[in-house]
Design a protein around this ligand. Structure first.
Ligand code: ZN
Length: 248
């Protein structure tokens, strides 16, 4: 693990004082590569906070061009990026914000063709995709390759974060054996709600990487921004889970 540079100390000074995190936590975060699958309303603020926290490298995977109706929530984007690849707008914003973080962009969503390679190059994976097909792919690859996965999702005023560690916790397919019926591509979302879920996801990832605080692996953290209630639900492993089972 590399030492902190003078520039690192200058930028991250305020968080080096966080109890339990400190210099050793910062070095672990600085040495890590995070894959963020989709950088929209949820993955965008999530990647932004990972850059602020001084992650070593971000791999951002998201296909397609920026549209006007992305701008109520996709805070890594900028108006001058309209009709251009979202990942380019995101990379520009992050480079202006913290050039001390390496950013690799992939102008494609996670698919059967790229999932194994993308996961192999990351130390931790943040799954912020709206479609279950992509989330199941990330789950399968992370369990298979033994990489921690922070599954983040939201709908309407609610959201959840589910930190998964292969061999130690149930997986996403234990929680959802199949795509829930009537799941739609377009869903109701206010940017502050997706960012709220994102920030919870970042904290779970940082705690896993740096080994501080109380990790919630194996628990689904459910957030309801209507009432502002947060609940933690222990997820049960399915003995017949096709991804992480059978139970030993
Ligand atoms: Zn499972």
């Amino acid at each position: 693990m590399s030492e902190l540079s003078e520039l690192d100390r200058a930028i991250y000074e305020w968080q080096l004082d966080v109890p339990g995190f400190g210099e050793s936590g910062q070095r672990k975060v600085r040495s890590a590569t995070a894959l963020v699958s989709r950088i929209g309303g949820l993955g965008g603020p999530l990647a932004f906070q990972l850059a602020a926290a001084g992650i070593g490298k971000l791999i951002l995977a998201h296909g397609g061009n920026l549209r006007q109706d992305d701008l109520n929530r996709q805070i890594l984007m900028r108006w001058d990026g309209l009709d251009k690849p979202r990942v380019e707008s995101a990379a520009k914003t992050l480079a202006n914000f913290n050039p001390n973080v390496e950013v690799e962009i992939v102008n494609a969503n996670v698919s059967e063709g790229n999932a194994a390679d993308l996961v192999a190059r990351a130390d931790v994976v943040f799954d912020c995709a709206p479609l279950f097909e992509e989330r199941f792919l990330m789950n399968r690859e992370c369990i298979g390759q033994g990489k921690p996965l922070i599954d983040c999702a939201m709908y309407n005023l609610e959201g959840h974060v589910f930190p998964i560690v292969a061999g130690r916790t149930p997986c996403l397919a234990c929680l959802f054996p199949e795509t829930p019926p009537h799941w739609k591509r377009r869903f109701p979302v206010i940017g502050a709600v997706s960012a709220l879920v994102a920030n919870v996801g970042v904290m779970e990832g940082l705690k896993l990487l740096a080994g501080f605080g109380e990790s919630n692996i194996g628990k689904m953290i459910h957030l309801d921004s209507s009432s502002m209630e947060m609940r933690k639900i222990k997820v049960q492993r399915r003995p017949d889970c096709s991804v992480c089972g059978p139970l030993k």
